[in-house]
Design a protein around this ligand. Structure first.
Ligand code: PHE
Length: 376
């Protein structure tokens, strides 16, 4: 195919507003998006830099298939914003960003390795504007490969390579702490013993969470779209499973979404039979109004970006600040407990949803330019 080399002139009309990409960018509040077509694999790489207000944009790299590029970009934009919120609440000097590697089909072996090295080169060229770690579809072994070319902008590498390793476990530590806070508020009990918790998604966060809850005496229910993944986790965690089609209507004390985002919507919220929602998935709400829907239904929703911060906070601490695993655990638990109590207290005082309060706290910190508004 001969490329069209004609340059647009100043009077070449832009097709906006009927141009979906322009509209998508215009309706987003972030700083910039980098798009790359990887010719060798047909993969599209999207790097969304939502905010560098509090520090370099930082967020995981997600690898998965999408129905089309528009959906892949939309995912990166929403996830990058969530990282800004997450970091702002955690007090870290990091901005928010996210990368999506949209693959047409699963990639393995040398093809995957070579793609990851090329991706690392892109990170290197960006010179620290965006730094990353693992997210859905990526492992610490992948991070080791990306780091070959992307150093020093790659976290979450394997312990053998001097990194923090899988961030699923430390993320689950924070989510479990959030579930405890919710149980204390709703039931007055300390701990989750005897509580029924439904975990949606048994990836690295969901599986680790299920194990922790079980050890703490909860009744755990599991659901996943992948039968083999479910069976593998059930080998070590004694838990009944729920078919994906029944997950919203199943009665439980706490529903813990730990798969992909957008699960709390006008369609699913009326079906819910849980008292609270606390999970590890990013971007659980379909739209901001869904927080109001949950509030009106009397379901206590812990904003995802407040409770799923363990990978970001603990991972960064272990990767860059020399924290031991024990120290990272302790700090994540203390942080999630504190921030969630403040969010729920503010929601009670203001008779509003926890999401509204959490977003206000984020805005305050962004406005104050990195200083905690309360600090001198
Ligand atoms: N991907 C995880 C998250 O969304 C962990 C992570 C955080 C990875 C920050 C890299 C950087 O929080």
């Amino acid at each position: 195919m001969t490329p069209d080399l004609a340059c647009p002139t100043a009077d070449t009309p832009l097709s906006h507003p009927t141009d979906p990409l322009a509209e998508q960018l215009a309706s987003w509040d972030g700083e910039m998006v980098i798009l790359k077509h990887d010719r060798e694999t047909g993969v599209t790489i999207v790097i969304a830099v939502h905010s560098t207000r509090l520090g370099p944009a930082d967020g995981g790299t997600r690898m998965r298939t999408y129905p089309n590029t528009t959906v892949a970009i939309a995912d990166a934009l929403g996830l990058a914003r969530a990282m800004t919120y997450k970091h702002a609440l955690s007090g870290m000097a990091c901005g928010g960003g996210k990368a999506v590697i949209a693959i047409p089909a699963p990639l393995t072996g040398e093809t995957r390795t070579a793609l990851l090295r090329r991706y690392g080169e892109v990170l290197h060229r960006l010179g620290g504007m965006f730094q990353t770690g693992p997210d859905v579809g990526m492992s610490s072994a992948d991070m080791d490969v990306i780091a070959e070319t992307g150093t020093p902008y790659v976290g979450g590498r394997s312990p053998a390579a001097g990194g923090a390793g899988d961030t699923g476990e430390i993320t689950a530590v924070g989510v479990a702490a959030g579930i405890e806070v919710v149980c204390e508020r709703l039931f007055g009990d300390v701990g989750v013993r005897g509580r029924r918790v439904l975990v949606q998604g048994v990836g690295s966060v969901g599986a680790a969470l299920a194990r922790r809850l079980k050890t703490a005496g909860a009744t755990v229910l599991l659901s996943d779209v992948s039968e083999p993944a479910l069976t593998a986790v059930q080998r070590s965690v004694d838990a009944d499973d729920v078919p994906p089609s029944d997950v919203y209507a199943t009665e439980c004390d706490v529903f813990a979404p730990c798969a992909v985002g957008g699960v709390l919507t006008a369609e699913t919220i009326p079906q819910l039979r849980c008292r609270a929602i606390v999970g590890g998935a990013n971007c659980q709400l379909g739209t901001a109004e869904d927080a109001e829907r949950l509030y009106r239904r009397g379901i206590l929703y812990a904003p995802d970006f407040a409770v799923n911060v363990g990978g970001a906070l603990g991972g960064t601490g272990m990767d860059y600040l020399g924290w031991s695993a024990a120290e990272a655990h302790a700090r994540v638990v203390a942080h999630v407990r504190d921030i969630l109590q403040r969010i729920f207290d503010g929601a009670e005082r203001g008779r509003t949803s926890p999401e509204t309060v959490a977003r206000r706290m984020v805005e305050d910190r962004l406005r104050s330019g990195g200083r905690h508004p309360a600090s001198p």
